[in-house]
Design a protein around this ligand. Structure first.
Ligand code: SF4
Length: 419
């Protein structure tokens, strides 16, 4: 999302009109490869674009482009651009639009050795009312299931001054909420702390959030920064499993007990009401009934809010992909559905504490007198009243439904995902 926004910004800077409505003169597919289905979706997207628009230039970038460039080329892309080479995409599209054939249709070799920051500055948000600002790229860890380090290269943080400059631009465009994102917000903790310090001082920022934050990155200094200034009371800390054996095989570098004491510390420093969300990877090879139950029990004990549940998906070249003790698909499906149901229940329980209270949203969408947005605690809320997307609007939450807060008379916006 952050890269899509930044690419849209770069293309508009060249005079392109960026929209997801047809007709297109050219198409840019920003792809993902974190799971097998995500990679398959990228191939389907390119095939669909090629069959609907046979004559237009199509460029693919992102992790599926890095992982399976030839596949995307066969699916119909004219050029495939690797990670950390995306800053060259506006030039490439311009040349393709002028009828020039790409000299190198598979430009995926820029990842190694470590390339500098792929400079794609953002001027204003386009797809949301809040701005997704990239502060980090790549990963130095080696979690056994994860393909990301191979596709994104080593960890690199953005220069804090460039982050501050981008935030100032975003504020000047009229947006006062930003999410600082990265592939692995951990790495050298000092870099992260410095960026957060600098970002929190940008005048005019009303709300600042962090994307997914690796638990091993959280230390007292970081919590002290997050406890102050415009940071929202919400952290997303990926747990992945609540079983010590599975965590060890995943090479996550913490035990369930470490994670539990981290969450307690987060609540102690940021307040009991802070929303702690997580990722749960279900069905890792060798996850027996006991390991799965321990994961669910830890999620209940830690009173998470939003839980993103991912079924294990073997990724080429990772250690976990060659592990033999894989779960049968029907058991995997059942575990995903139980974990998701628990996630819904825990999110509702978390949201209930706001019922009867005044909440404020940054309105993302409006429909029939209702405004939908996110509260500082990262809860979806539908309020009733005047306002347009981009406005901060307050109202009393009268009830909650599956984790969404609703004002009296408000109807739930079905299918409206804001994350
Ligand atoms: S820290 Fe995150 S990005 Fe890095 S290997 Fe582990 S799961 Fe992948």
């Amino acid at each position: 999302l952050a890269e899509g926004e930044a690419l849209a910004s770069a293309l508009e800077g060249r005079g392109a009109l960026v929209a997801d409505r047809e007709p297109f003169d050219a198409a840019l597919a920003v792809t993902c490869a974190v799971t097998g289905p995500a990679e398959a979706k990228a191939r389907r997207l390119i095939r669909r674009l090629r069959s609907r628009f046979p004559g237009i230039p199509i460029v693919a970038c992102g992790c599926a482009a890095q992982a399976a460039a030839e596949d995307l080329r066969r699916a119909g892309a004219d050029a495939v651009v690797g990670n950390r080479l995306k800053a060259g995409i506006p030039d490439l599209l311009e040349r393709l639009l002028s009828g020039e054939a790409p000299s190198d249709p598979l430009r995926v070799d820029g990842l190694f050795p470590m390339s500098p920051w792929d400079d794609l500055p953002l001027d204003r948000p386009r797809m949301h009312q809040r701005a997704f600002v990239r502060i980090q790229e790549g990963c130095d860890r080696a979690c056994s299931y994860c393909i990301v380090p191979r596709l994104r290269g080593p960890s690199i943080f953005r220069d804090p001054r460039a982050v501050a400059e981008e935030l100032r631009r975003v504020v000047a465009s009229g947006c006062s909420e930003a999410v600082l994102t990265g592939v692995c917000l951990a790495g050298n903790g000092e870099n992260l702390a410095e960026i957060l310090r600098v970002a929190s001082r940008v005048p005019g920022l009303r709300r600042l959030r962090l994307g997914s934050l690796e638990p091993f990155a959280v230390d007292p200094e970081l919590l002290a920064i997050l406890a102050d200034g415009p940071f929202c009371p919400h952290l997303h800390l990926p747990l992945q499993s609540g079983d010590s054996g599975i965590l060890e095989r995943m090479r996550r570098g913490y035990t369930p007990a470490d994670f539990a004491s981290l969450v307690r510390e987060v609540r102690r420093r940021l307040g009991e009401e802070v929303h702690v969300g997580t990722d749960l990877l279900v069905g890792y090879p060798g996850e027996d009934d006991g390991a799965f139950e321990r994961s669910l029990a830890l999620c209940e004990e830690l009173r998470f809010g939003r839980i993103h549940v991912f079924p294990f998906s073997p990724r080429r070249g990772t250690d976990a992909a060659s592990a033999g003790d894989r779960l049968p698909p029907e058991i995997l499906r059942e575990r995903v559905s139980r974990a998701s149901a628990l996630g819904t229940k825990l999110l509702s329980t978390y949201a209930e504490r706001f019922v009867g209270r005044e909440v404020e949203v940054l309105a993302e969408r409006t429909r029939q007198g209702c405004l939908l947005g996110l509260t500082p605690h990262y809860l979806r809320a539908c309020l009733v009243g005047e306002g347009k997307p981009g406005d901060y609007v307050s109202g009393r939450a009268a009830r909650e439904e599956r984790g969404t807060l609703l004002a009296e008379g408000a109807r739930r916006f079905l299918g409206e995902m804001l994350e």
